[in-house]
Design a protein around this ligand. Structure first.
Ligand SMILES: NC(=O)c1ccc[n+]([C@@H]2O[C@H](COP(=O)([O-])OP(=O)(O)OC[C@H]3O[C@@H](n4cnc5c(N)ncnc54)[C@H](OP(=O)(O)O)[C@@H]3O)[C@@H](O)[C@H]2O)c1
Length: 331
C-alpha cells in the first residue's frame, strides 16, 4: 500500500464536496497501468468538480482531474514499461474513473499517449484536454474539407484554454484567425501574439434574433455555445463548417435552420472524452507539428496541487486565461 495526496469528491446531502486528502492506493480501481502523476491541469470540468458543482462527477467518492501526465510505475499493458512518460485526456478520468489531480492514478494503458516531442511533460499537461480538444476541432474541420484558402476561421472563447490553443494551431496551419473575446482590450496583444489576425469583441457577434448575417468566415471553432454560437453560424460563408465543444455561455443556443438550408453550412460536435486511440494520436501529432512549445509557455501558468481549487475559481468566474498546469509534486 502507498499513500498519496489528491483532490477527492465525497458525497454530501446536496451533491459533493471536494477536499485535498492523504489517500491510500487501495482507493484506486484495478486498472492495467499505474502512473506516478507529475502534472494535471485545470479545465472547465475540473473547475466544476473542484467546487462541488454538478454535471461532471458521476460516482462518489472520486479522485478528480480529467487529465494526467506522468511516469508509468507498473503496467500489464504490452505498450508500456516502467519509466515511460505518458499523457491521458478524458477517457472518463475525473468523471466516472479516479482522475489525475493526485499523486497516483490507475488507468487503462490503451488510452495512454506517449508525451510527444517537442513537448516536456509539463507542456503536455499545459495542452491538456483543452488543447487536445482544440486539435480535435481542427482535425474535424479539415476532415470536412476546410482549407486555409477557403477563408478565415472564427475562434470563440479566445482567451480560454480551448480558444488559445485553437488560435495557435490554426495560425500555424496557415489559417487567418478571427479571435472573439469578451476582453478585447486586455487580451488583444496576447491573442495577436498567438496568431490572431483580428480580435473581435463578442458583443459584435450577438445575432439579435437575426438568423443570417454578412458571410464572413469559412470555419468556426466554438467553445462557448449560447448566443455566440448562433452569431457564429449566422456569419458563416456558404458551405462553411463549425465545430461545437463547449458551453461556457450556456448549453442552449438560439439556433435557426436558415444558415443550414440557405447556405449549406455544417455543425460538427466534438467529444474529447470517448475519442478512440487512433484519433487521440492524430490530435497529438497535429499539436506536435503546429503548436510552438515556447508560445504555449506564454499562455501557461503553474500552480501546486494545493492551489488547484483556488485556480479553478478563476475559471468558474469566466476570468480564466490560457492554461493552468497543476504541478502535483510541488508543495
Ligand atoms: N466537448 C469536449 O470534449 C470538451 C473538451 C474541452 C472543453 N470543453 C468545454 O469547452 C468550454 C471551454 O473550455 P476551456 O477549457 O477553454 O474553458 P476556459 O479556459 O474557462 O475558457 C472559456 C472561455 O469562454 C469565454 N466565456 C466565459 N464565459 C462566457 C460567457 N458567459 N459568454 C461568452 N463567453 C464566455 C471566456 O473567453 P473570453 O474571455 O476570451 O471571451 C473564457 O475564457 C467549456 O464549456 C468546456 O467544458 C469541452
Amino acid at each position: 500500500m502507498t499513500t498519496f495526496t489528491g483532490w477527492i469528491a465525497r458525497e454530501t446531502p446536496d451533491g459533493h464536496r471536494t477536499t485535498l486528502e492523504e489517500l491510500d492506493s487501495e482507493v484506486l480501481d484495478d486498472r492495467d497501468t499505474t502512473l506516478r502523476v507529475h502534472y494535471s491541469s485545470i479545465n472547465y470540468k475540473d473547475a466544476l468538480a473542484l467546487h462541488g458543482r454538478p454535471g461532471v462527477i458521476r460516482r462518489r467518492p472520486l479522485v478528480t482531474g480529467i487529465d494526467a501526465t506522468g511516469e508509468v510505475l507498473a503496467s500489464r499493458h504490452p505498450r508500456w514499461r516502467p519509466g515511460d512518460l505518458v499523457t491521458l485526456n478524458g477517457a472518463g478520468l475525473g468523471e466516472d474513473r479516479h482522475g489525475g489531480l493526485a499523486g497516483l492514478a490507475a488507468v487503462d494503458g490503451a488510452d495512454l499517449v506517449p508525451v510527444p516531442a517537442p513537448f516536456t511533460p509539463a507542456q503536455a499537461a499545459a495542452i491538456g484536454t483543452a488543447g487536445f480538444t482544440a486539435a480535435l476541432s481542427l482535425l474535424a474541420l479539415e476532415r470536412h474539407g476546410l482549407a486555409p484558402a477557403h477563408g478565415p476561421v472564427l475562434v470563440t472563447g479566445a482567451g480560454g484554454g480551448v480558444g488559445s490553443v485553437a488560435i495557435a494551431l490554426l495560425a500555424d496551419s496557415g489559417y487567418e484567425v478571427i479571435a472573439v473575446t469578451g476582453r478585447p482590450d486586455t487580451l488583444h496583444d496576447r491573442l495577436t501574439r498567438l496568431g490572431a489576425a483580428h480580435v473581435v469583441d463578442r458583443a459584435e457577434l450577438d445575432p439579435q434574433g437575426k438568423p443570417l448575417a454578412k458571410q464572413r468566415w469559412a470555419g468556426v471553432v466554438d467553445a462557448v455555445g449560447g448566443p455566440l454560437l448562433a452569431g457564429a453560424l449566422a456569419g458563416l460563408r456558404h458551405s462553411g463548417t463549425a465545430t461545437t465543444c463547449g458551453l461556457a455561455a450556456g448549453a442552449a443556443f438560439p439556433g435557426n435552420v436558415m444558415p443550414f438550408i440557405l447556405r449549406g453550412i455544417s455543425l460538427l460536435g466534438i467529444d474529447s472524452v470517448r475519442t478512440p486511440r487512433e484519433r487521440r494520436e492524430a490530435a497529438w501529432q497535429l499539436l506536435a507539428r503546429h503548436l510552438d512549445p515556447g508560445l504555449l509557455d506564454t499562455v501557461t501558468r503553474s500552480v501546486p496541487l494545493a492551489a488547484a481549487q483556488d485556480a479553478a475559481a478563476d475559471v468558474l468566474a469566466g476570468h480564466g486565461t490560457g492554461r493552468t498546469v497543476v504541478d502535483v509534486r510541488a508543495r
